[in-house]
Design a protein around this ligand. Structure first.
Ligand SMILES: Cc1cc2nc3c(=O)[nH]c(=O)nc-3n(C[C@H](O)[C@H](O)[C@H](O)COP(=O)(O)OP(=O)(O)OC[C@H]3O[C@@H](n4cnc5c(N)ncnc54)[C@H](O)[C@@H]3O)c2cc1C
Length: 462
């Protein structure tokens, strides 16, 4: 009798506890996914997505034509800085007391040829706007980032890349550009014309002039199927060269390293298919609230078993095999899904390292050692592949490389920034020791010497 009585009480207490946990989770879900707080930005204060780099400029102009840009450049005394989507993370879009050209309103399609698979655009247009324009013609962007919010001008100036297999930096897809130089001169540049300016301006962070127009080659929009595979990190090089690199049916490919032990990966490929779609939308909807994604991000980055949950529950559920979708759907992610409710005390940040392909097994154990020693809050490390850059002066792919994209969360105090600087410089030294390099659109922690070692053409560029 007594035992039964205690058993009953235990069940009641357990039910209370479970109910409490459930309500706790609901409250947390809403707390971490409430709409972003508005950052109070003075009209002349330019910041980027991390909110770590507020820069006071002397004024902001939003030109909508080439002539307006020419006039502004010709008449303005003093420095000019250029802003696209402002997603770079180290103050690359603004200079202290410079005139800021905010190009987000200069965003129209200038010309399009379905037969040539080519589009000419103004630089403030985003990939998403291009996708909406070309999707009805069954075409897609040939190389872009994973997310579609970035502008073409900002992407060309950084020489971006994505998860596309068999390609590399975006310069591969740029047929020509128009540039407004510092003296207001408008010039055309391409691999055939004004080649020095072409190879300088792509990846040139706006230093050589304003890119005011770009003609890009496009690709077919095809159906793709997701196929994943788990393996240990040291097997990846042989797996990639044996099964992935030369498989022309693969459209996107990357591999995610699970933080914690940093020795296991999930390889993810999107393979051309004729199977029936499991996702009917041609592009990702723009009106989603992303509460589940934001909650998942919070769980992974903030709870003690977040990494384990991701590996054993979130990835098998959300990144499972067999999804069949349009390439444009897979290429139209929205950065909103990553945006926390506040960036006041913590912020999410990216870094990237490019390592010659034959050095991957020398790089990864030492990267792991640096992470384990400094213990940053790493959420993901994604591996991608890129072929050698065809000639840009500030190339990050000076040979065939694997890219290691590190996504992590950090505090916003000066001490937090200093701590990040320490392990970042260790990673840069490691990359440099293997003839690799680091990516420039992120926080500027590199020393001048590291920059010059990793970008040996910088002097020629300047
Ligand atoms: C969540 C997230 C995911 C990312 N994923 C990737 C990825 O998958 N691959 C990748 O390669 N990068 C990635 N990045 C980095 C991103 O591609 C770059 O920061 C890119 O520059 C952002 O584009 P933007 O329009 O915001 O450019 P901005 O940050 O506004 O500008 C970038 C640089 O270009 C210059 N610039 C802008 N427009 C012009 C113009 N018209 N003429 C001349 N100069 C100009 C600016 O002055 C600045 O120096 C990612 C960033 C974030 C935040």
């Amino acid at each position: 009798m007594k035992l039964l009585h205690w058993l009953k009480r235990l069940i009641i207490w357990a039910s209370y506890f479970l109910l409490l946990c459930f309500f706790g989770l609901v409250v947390l879900f809403f707390a971490v996914t409430t709409p972003e707080e508005k950052t109070s930005e003075e009209p002349t204060l330019v910041n980027d997505v991390t909110q770590l780099n507020p820069i006071q400029v002397s004024g902001i102009k939003q030109p909508r034509s080439i002539q307006e840009i020419v006039d502004l450049v010709k008449t303005h005394e003093g420095p000019i800085s250029i802003g696209g989507g402002r997603y770079s993370m180290g103050g690359q879009t603004a200079s202290h007391q410079a005139l800021q050209l905010d190009l987000r309103q200069f965003n129209q399609v200038v010309a399009f040829s379905m037969a040539e698979k080519e589009i000419t655009v103004e630089p403030g247009i985003t990939w998403r706007e291009i996708q909406e324009y070309i999707d009805k013609f069954d075409l897609s962007v040939k190389i872009m980032q994973t997310y579609s919010n970035f502008t073409v001008g900002g992407s060309l100036s950084v020489n971006v890349h994505g998860r596309y297999l068999g390609l590399g930096p975006i310069i591969y897809t740029v047929k020509s550009i128009k540039l407004v130089l510092a003296d207001g001169q408008l010039i055309a540049a391409s691999p055939q014309e004004n080649t020095e300016l072409f190879y300088g301006a792509i990846g040139g962070y706006g230093a050589l002039g304003v890119i005011v127009e770009a003609t890009l080659s496009l690709d077919d929009n095809v159906k793709v199927e997701r196929i994943t595979k788990r393996m240990s990190l040291d097997q990846y090089h042989d797996f990639f060269f044996g099964k992935i690199r030369n498989d022309t049916s693969i459209v996107f490919h990357n591999a995610d390293i699970y933080p914690g032990s940093y020795d296991e990966i999930q390889s993810v490929s999107y393979v051309r298919t004729t199977k029936a779609l499991t996702v009917e939308d041609r592009l990702r909807p723009t009106d989603k609230n992303y509460r589940p994604e934001k909650f998942a991000m919070w769980v992974v980055s903030e709870t003690p078993c977040g990494g384990w949950l991701r590996k054993t529950i979130l990835d098998p559920v959300f990144n499972r095999d067999g999804v069949v979708e349009w390439k444009n759907h897979e290429a139209s992610y929205n950065v909103k899904e990553l945006e926390p409710s506040s960036r006041k005390h913590d912020t999410y940040v990216l870094q990237e390292y490019f390592i010659p392909v034959d050095q991957i097994n020398a790089f990864t154990p030492r990267m792991r050692e640096i992470f384990l020693r400094h213990n940053p809050n790493v959420i993901n490390v994604s591996i991608r592949h890129a072929y050698k850059d065809p000639g840009s002066l500030m190339a990050w792919a000076r040979t065939e490389v694997f890219a290691f994209v590190v996504y992590y969360k950090q505090g916003t105090t000066e001490l937090d920034k200093q701590k990040v600087g320490v392990w970042t410089r260790e990673l840069i030294d490691l990359a440099a020791s293997l003839d690799g390099t680091y990516y420039l659109p992120y926080q500027i922690h590199a020393t001048k010497e590291q920059f010059q070692t990793c970008y040996p053409n910088a002097d020629t560029f300047y």
